[in-house]
Design a protein around this ligand. Structure first.
Ligand code: AHR
Length: 524
């Protein structure tokens, strides 16, 4: 990607639009300090905790082995869910999990995944490696799992190979409190009462693996399927339409214009792919500064995409009733040599931690509309929180960022004016600093800071009109190598540490943010 810029050190509001300008000058780095004004006196929207959501698809070892090992496994488990992964995810306060796909969702028939496990049919996972799917982890297991980790359920329905009847019956099975044949079957399968389903989507990537539909056709499909998604009063999930991706805003426009009254949210997918898209994505480890900055520049495009889509939404829905759900995001690199390419297993480095933090800052800045996001994916797939190898588990740098950002869940966004130098390498340039801030329910101000520069520490001075800061404490995640990562033999190579480098003088906060780092500060 090539980006043009006219000047260095431009002022951007909360980093907004920073990517709209870049430079074609040679390699350069930041010299002057960054400054930021956090408007504690101008609180904005609530940062919906659901932007910290996860995505778990029947893909590779994402569910089987990653989450589900079965009750008879030697790996310690509760009702078949591995204890180590459940405990790690509980720590993150995961607000929502999207399941069963992805592309898998549009070939998933929910009845294959209910009833005694021994009698469930073995089907084929045609999207991911062409492997047999045992269906051992089905509706009851998913809902048991989300309850175990304390998350809401987001179910993605099948609009590709299913039918309105199949989808309607699934939702009836899940939510009805009336004595019907389906609820009796649910009771026989071990769950007499209804579940609460927070979100339900009609298809996935219906412009691609979900059916290669035209927009007009899908708008009709959405309206038709959504009509039959009936539940008891007050139990209806937010209904999500399968939306666009990358720079294509036509799906958002079409759905907002013609999607009808059932439309609760429009989904959006954007992956950070540093190389030449699907041909040569680049490696997950063993990369240099060029791939570092290219990755971060690609990540920052999220800002343009959110901006373009939400501007359209504002035109049709100025009251912001319909949410923008970024229900697939994260890094996607080349598969590791020797591994099944269809399983999308990749290592996760400090670079991924920085990518996650930048995305969170962007989501915060659009908290009024971006009300859910789901990283792809939770365990062993793409930008994962957790990697497993048999009985072993390792927490990734991305995991640590999710944990560090927990105070932002349901906090109130505080707008920030940022003046930052840029980091430039070749013809790629990114703002050196990314920032966002919020006020927690307890009254503290939380500030997330990212130094995108791979080689230079950055002095930062922050003023907070509307607040009288007295104490500051925080955590920092950094490492010496760009591709520092945790392995099964060295699981603590990248770990957050206490950050004591910030001080308060005359109401101003100052600190020096180490190169390639993510910090979260708590100011009281
Ligand atoms: O996350 C992997 C895949 O990426 C999903 O199944 C699909 O929706 C997207 O293309």
């Amino acid at each position: 990607m090539e980006i043009m810029e006219s000047s260095l050190g431009l002022i951007v509001r909360g980093c907004v639009a920073a990517l709209a300008f870049a430079t074609l000058t040679g390699a350069s780095a930041a010299d002057s300090p960054a400054t930021a004004t956090i408007h504690a006196d101008q609180p904005g929207a609530k940062i919906d905790r659901h932007i910290y959501g996860q995505f778990a698809e029947h893909l590779g070892r994402g569910i089987e082995e990653g989450v589900w090992v079965g009750e008879d496994s030697k790996i310690p488990n509760v009702r078949g869910f591995r204890n180590d992964v459940v405990a790690a995810l509980r720590e993150l306060h995961v607000p929502v999990v999207r399941w069963p796909g992805g592309c898998f969702a549009d070939e998933y028939h929910w009845r294959d995944g209910i009833g005694p496990r021994a009698t469930r049919p073995v089907t084929l996972n045609t999207n991911w490696g062409g492997v047999p799917e045992s269906n051992a982890f089905g509706t009851h297991e998913f809902l048991d799992f989300v309850q175990l980790i304390g998350a809401d359920a987001y179910i993605n329905g099948n609009a590709g190979t299913g039918s309105p009847r199949e989808m309607a019956e699934w939702l009836h099975y899940l939510t009805s409190d009336k004595p019907t044949a389906l609820t009796a079957e649910r009771a026989r399968n071990g769950h007499p009462g209804p579940w609460k389903i927070a979100y339900f989507a009609v298809g996935n990537e219906t412009w691609g693996c979900g059916g290669n539909m035209t927009l007009d056709h899908y708008v009709d499909v959405f309206r038709q399927y959504a009509t039959f998604l009936k539940t008891p009063l007050g139990a209806r999930p937010e209904i999500i339409a399968s939306g666009g991706h990358d720079e294509d805003t036509s799906w958002t426009e079409g759905l907002l214009a013609r999607g009808g009254a059932d439309l609760g949210a429009v989904s959006f997918h954007y992956y950070t792919i540093p190389g030449e898209l699907w041909r040569n994505k680049g490696p997950a480890i063993g990369f240099g500064a060029e791939q570092w900055v290219s990755t971060l520049a690609h990540t920052l495009r999220m800002e343009d995409f959110i901006h373009a889509n939400t501007a359209i939404m504002d035109k049709y829905d100025p009251q912001k009733k319909v949410a923008f759900a970024v229900d697939e995001w994260g890094t996607w690199y080349d598969p590791e040599t020797g591994r099944e390419p269809g399983f999308l297993y990749q290592q996760n480095t400090l670079r991924d931690a920085v990518v996650a933090a930048i995305n969170f800052n962007l989501f915060h800045q659009h908290a009024d509309r971006v009300r859910m996001a789901n990283i792809a994916q939770m365990v062993n797939v793409l930008q994962a929180m957790v990697l497993t190898r048999g009985p072993q588990m390792v927490l990734t740098p991305t995991y640590h960022v999710f944990r560090m950002f927990r105070p932002f869940q349901d906090a109130t966004f505080l707008p920030t004016d940022l003046q930052t130098p840029r980091y430039t390498l070749g013809n790629t340039s990114v703002p050196a600093i990314s920032v966002s801030a919020a006020r927690t329910a307890a009254g503290a101000i939380v500030i997330a800071l990212v130094n995108l520069d791979p080689g230079k520490a950055m002095p930062i001075s922050l003023s907070l009109p509307g607040a009288t800061p007295r104490t500051v404490k925080g955590e920092i995640l950094t490492a010496s190598a760009l591709d520092a990562h945790n392995t099964f033999d060295n699981p603590d190579a990248v770990l957050p540490a206490r950050f004591t480098g910030a001080s308060i003088k005359s109401g101003k906060l100052s600190l020096t943010l180490p190169a390639k780092s993510v910090a979260v500060l708590n100011v009281e």
